[in-house]
Design a protein around this ligand. Sequence first.
Ligand SMILES: [Zn+2]
Length: 435
Amino acid sequence: MLIAGGLFDAVVDPGHGKAFDEIEARGLHVFPGVVDAHVHVNEPGREEWEGWRAATRGAAAGGVTTLADMPLNSLPPTVDEDALRAKESSAARSAIIDYALWGGLTGPDQMSLPSLMVHGVVGLKAFLCPSGVPEFPHLDASTLGPALAAAAAAGHLVAVHAEDEALVLKGTEQLQAMNRRDRAAWLESRPPAAERRAIERLSDAARETRARVHVVHASSSAAVTAVHRARERGADITVETCPHYLLFSAEDVDRIGPALKCAPPIRDATSRERLWQHVLSGEIDLVASDHSPCTADLKTRGDDDIWEAWGGVTGIQSLLPVMLSDGVHRRGLRLAALVRLVSGAPARLLGLWPKKGAIRAGADADVALVALEREWTLEAEQLQARSGVSPYVGRSFRGAVVRTLVRGITVFDDGEFPEDAGRSRVGRLVTRMGT
Ligand SMILES: [Zn+2]
């Protein structure tokens, strides 16, 4: 394969074509770089939680060459042009991979929607239940429809956290009234029915407003089935799941604790296998990390009272390894399907295709070189997260990212980050292309 000017030039037979520089990749698989559609970098504003340097190092170590950053939990949340500029400049200072930005949809009267579109955000993120941070309000029964209509009028894709506010509140109040503080209480408080109910509400609103919607982090078969029912009824809707729902189960939450607290929560092992069936049968459009770190303190404070811990899983570095180990090797996921789930489909969803997400002449030369059979364990010192906390630490994988290239530049090479010491940052903003 020849790379010129940061782009794929041509695929040639080994030994053919001339180049200034050659990369020996014998025995390795050449994947298009992973496009992670769902990441919380948390800078500016909460950089002590993670930040662009740590997040993009973790990304590079995991074969991720483009990430799409969510509008929260950075401060200010990226709901208008000024906030977007602040985020762009913090990313430009530290990112070693490419990045796209999500805007936020927090209400029906948001004047910034056209300017966010002009700015090239890949879409808008909205919540159907409280977001966890006060500066990012959710859409309730009265604002969901009008907000979706406004987003659709401005041409935006809307990514939705779909858990039903009322069901979650009821479950939480009941368990807290019983004085439950154990880890299982968190899982019980947010049942699959809350996902299903929220997706049904979303589906109705999306059909009425003709909004294009994407359900983020589906954790259960109930959620995936609800999305498919919505699609059959005419909604323009897609769905993603995350590696933590595919790898872990309720027993792991009990053992590992707050590092695995997230919303929606991890389900039981039977439910996890059902989710895999949806992945293997092509009913889930894509897999994204929902990398959402926080300080170690915000996790450990929930050790004995799960309600006290911040929710979010640190996982960008493990996305591809999980899919290789537990998908390809353990469950027979085909390589072509894997590439579609983590590169092609997210690039299309975000309007970055075919510049991103494909190995073809003219596309950005973003590559993950993978040793498909290599067995390895993620040691604490290899984890590229500011907090040092991740449920994946100590986990063994089969399939390892050996080297990562962004537009032809090596950003990760067998444990090293050659560009991180550089004066100019490699990462660039990528924006939604005309759809
Ligand atoms: Zn998220």
